[in-house]
Design a protein around this ligand. Sequence first.
Ligand SMILES: N[C@@H](CCC(=O)N[C@@H](CS)C(=O)NCC(=O)O)C(=O)O
Length: 292
Amino acid sequence: MLLSNAFIFDAFTSRLAGTIASWKVHLFAILHDDIDLAIGYHIMLSKQNNPQSYKQGILEKAEQRGSRGPTISGVKMKLIIGNKNYSSWSLRAWLLLSVNDIPFDEVRVTLSTENTRSEIAKHTAAGKVPVLHDNDLVVWDSLAICEYISEQYLGGKGWPADAKDRAQARSCAAEMHSGFFTIREKLPMNCRAVDRHVPISADLEKEISRIDSMWTELRTKFSASGQWLFGEFSIADCMFAPVVFRFRTYNVAVSEISAYYMKNVLAHPKVQLWLDQAQKEVETIESTEVGM
Ligand SMILES: N[C@@H](CCC(=O)N[C@@H](CS)C(=O)NCC(=O)O)C(=O)O
């Protein structure tokens, strides 16, 4: 047993903040030498937080150690993604985890090769990335992964706290997830490319203008509470981050307010990290290299 008697004593003498079930989990962790779980839980109990936030305790612990430790199951989550330069769907899930400093390992599958399908099949039957493995759980589809992370690791903070704002944020995310097909087709994400120009058809213009007015409206409404679409960072920002890259690559003209939003997104250290890693990739997918 790795934990000291002092720690067990301390755990027992912590104020009775949790429920009996909470204590059972804490003792289970101690008995199974799951130090991260035990310490995370200890933080929760001693802070008298609600039981939901014990995972937060683990994150705090990982943060204190300055390292990316295991998650609540004791096994680090695994996110399977595509090429950083091209995989817009992968960026969404990766960004939510990264901005929130949630520990995870990354597995990159190169897209558009003869092995892509079989490589992805090793991780999901859905045949697409991103995919998240949390111990024995497999979650696929970028939005479903974001929802899972928000629920299990962020105490719901992936979405705005206010119910009306949350409904609006979910509407924006869903609109992005299920639409904007012309933008997807004509302005493929290609992070490292800049100063590309493509013909702007009426359909493309319509979709660009819809996103521009959505961003402008939201940033005007939430300007006092932060730099993101709904003030604080949310899943809505993850869903639109690939669009920020697309607009940057193809020099899409947007309102001053939208341009400022894009600048802030692009300046975030985790977005910069993604871009840096995308720039270091050597593969090129010819069909996605559009524009002059
Ligand atoms: N709706 C899915 C779409 C995922 C998707 O289309 N992923 C692409 C990469 S960006 C993929 O896996 N393509 C591999 C293939 O089609 O072989 C999501 O949100 O995750």
